[in-house]
Ligand binder design. Structure first.
Ligand SMILES: [Zn+2]
Length: 181
């Protein structure tokens, strides 16, 4: 089921997309980028280890490819980038679906995701965009559900104590609550 995005949140997502696009255009104009080459992230790493190109060259090409993918997905699906990676680039569409672009990682397609992956993308997206209302798209606990004991309802937890960073909790699908047994 798609998420219901309130109109004011959609407005902020659109404003941020425009601002980010202008920043990317400025960076491209500054000449730091190379012509994008084909292939996903793993291909890029392979090219690097094959020693055929310098780190600078490959990094420049990869960033150019990410920019091109982002423009394409944003336009095609009316989508907003939530998470540039580590992992597939994840987007929220204006009609409330979460998409992962596997080209940015280890595949060659764009897939719709739900559950843990969708909630994780919203959590990371709320951090990246500072639009905290994105967290409110995650389903609220229904009557009879219980608070997740691993993340205490926070939706994020350290994978092991002392890890230093909290990651989306996979015990509760990053919702913060567990269905009634
Ligand atoms: Zn949890």
């Amino acid at each position: 089921m798609p998420f219901q995005i309130p109109p004011p949140v959609l407005e902020r997502l659109r404003a941020r997309r425009l601002e980010q696009r202008q920043l990317r255009a400025a960076r491209s104009a500054a000449g730091a980028l190379r012509e994008p080459t084909g292939g996903n992230f793993i291909d890029t790493i392979r090219r690097l280890f094959a020693g055929a190109s310098s780190v600078e060259e490959v990094a420049g090409q990869y960033v150019a490819a990410m920019y091109a993918w982002q423009d394409e997905v944003e336009d095609k699906y009316d989508a907003f980038l939530l998470d540039p990676g580590m992992g597939p680039m994840a987007y929220l569409t204006s009609d409330g679906r979460v998409l992962e672009d596997l080209r940015g990682w280890d595949g060659d397609e764009i897939v719709e995701v739900g559950g843990f992956r969708a909630h994780s993308a919203l959590i990371v997206g709320a951090r990246n965009t500072r639009i905290v209302e994105l967290l409110e798209l995650i389903p609220q606990p229904p009557p009879g559900s219980s608070v997740c004991s691993r993340c205490n309802g926070e939706r994020v937890a350290e994978p092991v104590p002392g890890f230093g960073t909290e990651l989306p909790c996979n015990e509760c699908d990053a919702r913060g609550w567990i269905d009634a047994a």
